[in-house]
Design a protein around this ligand. Sequence first.
Ligand code: 5U1
Length: 670
Amino acid sequence: MTIPTEINQQATDLRHLLNKYNNLYYVTDNPEVTDSEYDRLFIQLQKLEADYPELLTVDSPTQRVGGKALDKFSQITHSLPMLSLDNVFDGEELHAFDQRVRDWLNTTNIQTYAAEPKLDGLAISIRYEHGILVQAATRGDGTIGEDVTENVRTIQSVPLKLSGDNVPEVVEIRGEIVMPKAGFETLNKQQIADNKKPFVNPRNAAAGSLRQLDSKITARRPLAMYCYGVGEIQGMDLPKTHYETMQQLAQWGCQISTELLQVEGVDGCLAYINKLGEQRDSLSYDIDGVVLKIDDITLQQRLGFVSRAPRWAIAYKFPAQQEMTIVDDIEIQVGRTGALTPVARLQPVFVGGVTVSNATLHNQDEIDRKDVRVGDTVIVRRAGDVIPEVVQVVLAKRPDNTVKFTIPTQCPICQSDVERLEGEAVARCSGGLFCPAQRKEAIKHFASRKAMDVDGLGDKLVEILVDEGLINDAADLFKLTIEQLSSLDRMGEKSATNLIASLETAKQTKFARFLYSLGIREVGEATARSLASHFLTLEALEMADEPALIEIEDVGPIVAHHVVTFFQQTHNREVIKRLLDAGINWPAEQKRISDSELSGKTIVLTGTLEQLSRSEAKEKLLALGAKVAGSVSKNTDYVVAGRDAGSKLNKAESLNITVVDETTLINWLN
Ligand code: 5U1
């Protein structure tokens, strides 16, 4: 059938538009059209291709959904070997590497390095002929890999066709396939919901997804590719530096790391490494280090490589975030609300940069799912500030005679019955404030930094004070005397005097802080702020019923129920009265400036602020009705960039988001 010229043109235009929108959405994170507009154009193209099958091209975005399942992957010999990297683990080793480079080059000149994150994924080589993606191969042993073309074609950030008018005859682009953290979390939730085994980490999930013989399964997995190099190239000369080569890849529509930078000498490398180390947990993908490459390609060629590792590049490895260790015991912790949390006591292991000897096991469902037992060898993960957790049991190492662990039916602290409500994962001690564990946790919460901020009253001291019978609740704190405190073990008169002074200082507080410190279930800092600014006085809040509470933004029926129940309890009202009698007070609440310029705006704070702390800035912005977010997205209105702002600032710039400095922030707040 001959295809009318205008239909042909329409299909070409649609392919071009959809590929462009795809790139803007997945590669530059800067969408230009709504999802529904994209879907409309996509369906239009699908329809044209169904009516005129001859129109179908390999670079059509409709071809990303996966095809027929394979029996096995065929093997591919890489036209140029895929190299690996030598590693260094500290500054000294990095200095030695740099010295070796300069010795080989016979120079004392400070070298320019291209620095970029070392992504924790799978190395891949994708081949384009005349701009069209024709092949994708795993690294394999570096010489022979597996043909995963059908799977890689489903990854949205991999262009099916390179854009621009300077596309070479042949180019092999090398990079890493990863599963971004957010996609990994969603995938694992789905795996659990489907009664399937969750993946241990994003890398395993990416590997499992890429090695599917059925590319339709890969198509449903949230994979991404980040490019970091070029293998074979024919028909064009690449730029003279690695950095510029990466810019060329970006112009062809390939995704490169937004963290790529040129740095000078080892000092520049180390500054980059430190900064990226700090940002590690806020990046959208897992990294295991930094790759440093001599930027000048001519120098790279002079240096060459030895046994599959280039002499011109090195990986600076960060501490692993996952390690193996043994569960010595499983203990139960009783929290402020009576929740029983099983905690694995581990043989100490260095993971994520710290020594870990405890890991939460969350609840009985989690224990059952992972089947963690005393004596098991387990994989422990710790990323950033996240509480360490047991990811998986290594069943092959399970000793004989281990027994399944079950949360007890009596509270291990006060022996009250343990209840688990229908549909709830959490088991709770029914002892309430009769349970010393719950009392201790309630007092610790009351004194904590974001609550009443009682300086010098640490968790250990609270436990001693309760165990010694000196306090039973938060109000008792204000009856403590210097004599009582200084009679305690390891508590001198000076510390005792300081603590009494801190308690005195803490009495001047804010309504929201006071509310938060009461430890009402489900009332976190933000909800406490909403309650304070809505009701303005404690009396008004105490009188509020559930319908009145539900009217507030962020307060749902569960929170409303907990608030009402809290104020109905006689002992809670008594403790509040004693706290107020002790002198706790706060300035009268003002109604929020809802029509302020910042009201409803989403703001991200990044870098170091000099004139006020991040938490102060956050509190003040919230008081002006703004929302303060942790990461930059297209929904961000402003980014406040302090000193040494890093990836969030870069992202804001790439998304064209207004960036302001600290002075502007102070002006806003004033
Ligand atoms: N970011 C990045 N990762 N990575 C891995 N760059 C990079 N370069 C590599 C490897 C194996 O190899 C080239 C230096 C050849």
